[in-house]
Ligand binder design. Structure first.
Ligand SMILES: *Cc1c(COP(=O)(O)O)cnc(C)c1O
Length: 395
């Protein structure tokens, strides 16, 4: 690439909305019905069909989805929920919404995933935990189904632990022949602006369990027994409804669902283009000394490729924060996934967490840098990013 440093600008993330987004939003505006209605119902139906699951319930964030998931499982004060430390705070904060307590798990170095052996040990140390929230870090599914040994699902089923999947990074993603969204008891997706597909803000809950689906639907909108759209389209008088529980205000407006429908149409194309970026990075960076590339458990096609996190090894002279600044000086945006939750004041203080209990997450945290990975990154930009990394590590 022939551009000088200050003329290059490669942001960490760039949203692509070049499909039918505007057209579908226009339909919503012209319909005069801006809140949850037909577009949302259609988005749910299509999403359920893509992930091959019985029920899909659209909400206004993945955080709301996770909250509803735990609530539907009856999680309450005193319950303990396994949560990986390598995640965004939303994964753990929802546990606190309900007065329950997270038990933080270390992750595997290389994948940043909770493994069956990490979970086995945690179950032995903390018998009686009610649920596991598993995070499909970066878009790669954790080992749910096992193969060589038991998977996370086997361990949870054997111990009476319910399974919620935080799939904020993992759409569309698969394990073996199963779509993420149809494996655990409940799966939660995010459509936040920089996630694999977006609705601006939004999320989705999926499950095959009709009872859980019923509870989630009820609690999504004030605990009202019929949703507003049904109230206006059904035969019964539209003013009549009952309140069955003190529910939440988590519904997805049709304007957002319109964007979601347009994005969903191109979800596989967008994924494929992120995979193209990942393959480029693997190809160019594989022999770079001092850097660990993400470890792939399965094949490239099953991965959603939401993140491309590299880890600078402890031994090299460039420290992570310097590296980020030097990339920024060359016009390249990067990010960090994540500063682990056991290092965040609230969790650290409340649960007296000690970093030495999370050796792998600590090692990841010291060196992790996420590189740009999105469909509109072109080969010149990818090459510029890779040469910049080599340059910085050499000097
Ligand atoms: C983004 C994210 C969330 C929260 O998603 P929102 O839609 O912003 O609520 C939860 N978990 C993980 C792992 C995330 O990356």
């Amino acid at each position: 690439m022939n551009a000088s440093a200050n003329s290059v600008h490669i942001p960490y993330s760039r949203v692509v909305c070049d499909g039918q987004e505007l057209e579908l939003i226009r339909e919503v505006l012209e319909s005069g019905w801006l809140t949850t209605a037909g577009k949302c119902a259609l988005f749910e139906e299509k999403f359920a069909s893509v992930v091959n699951v019985e029920f899909a319930c659209a909400v206004n964030s993945c955080t709301a989805a996770l909250h509803l998931a735990l609530e539907s499982l009856g999680v309450g004060p005193g319950d303990r929920i396994f949560v990986p430390t390598m995640t965004f705070t939303a994964t753990a904060e929802v546990v606190r919404y309900l007065g329950a307590d997270p038990i933080f798990l270390d992750v595997e170095y290389g994948t940043s995933l909770v493994t069956p052996s990490i979970l086995e040990k945690a179950v032995a140390d903390h018998p009686g935990a009610k649920a596991l929230i598993v995070v499909h870090f970066g878009g790669q599914a954790a080992d749910m189904l096992g193969g060589q040994g038991p998977g996370l699902m086997d361990i949870c089923r054997r111990n009476g632990i319910r399974v919620i999947e935080d799939a904020a990074h993992a759409f569309p993603a698969r394990q073996k022949e199963q779509m993420v969204g149809s494996i655990g008891d409940i799966t939660c997706f995010s459509f936040y602006a920089n996630k694999p597909i977006t609705t601006g803000e939004g999320g989705m809950v999926t499950t095959n369990d009709p009872e859980l689906a019923r509870r989630i639907r009820l609690m999504r909108l004030h605990g009202i027994d019929r949703d507003i759209w049904n109230r206006y389209t059904a035969d019964k008088p539209s003013w009549e409804y009952d309140v069955l529980a003190p529910g939440f205000k988590y519904n997805m407006p049709d304007i957002n669902a319109a964007i979601g429908l347009a994005q969903l149409d191109r979800a596989y194309l967008l994924r494929q283009n992120r995979e193209r970026c990942a393959r480029f990075y693997f190809d160019k960076l594989q022999n770079l000394e001092g850097v660990d590339l993400p470890v792939i458990l399965d094949n490239y096609e099953n991965h959603a490729w939401h993140l491309f996190p590299i880890i600078l090894q402890d031994a090299i002279s460039v420290d992570r924060n310097d590296f980020i600044e030097r990339m920024a000086a060359r016009g390249i945006g990067t990010s960090v996934h994540y500063k682990p939750l056991h290092r965040m004041s609230y969790y650290q203080n409340r649960y007296s967490l000690n970093p030495v209990d999370f050796p792998n997450a600590e090692k990841v945290w010291r060196g992790c840098v996420s590189l740009p990975i999105y469909p509109s990154l072109n080969e010149n930009e990818l090459q510029y990013i890779c040469s910049s990394i080599e340059d910085i590590l050499k000097h």
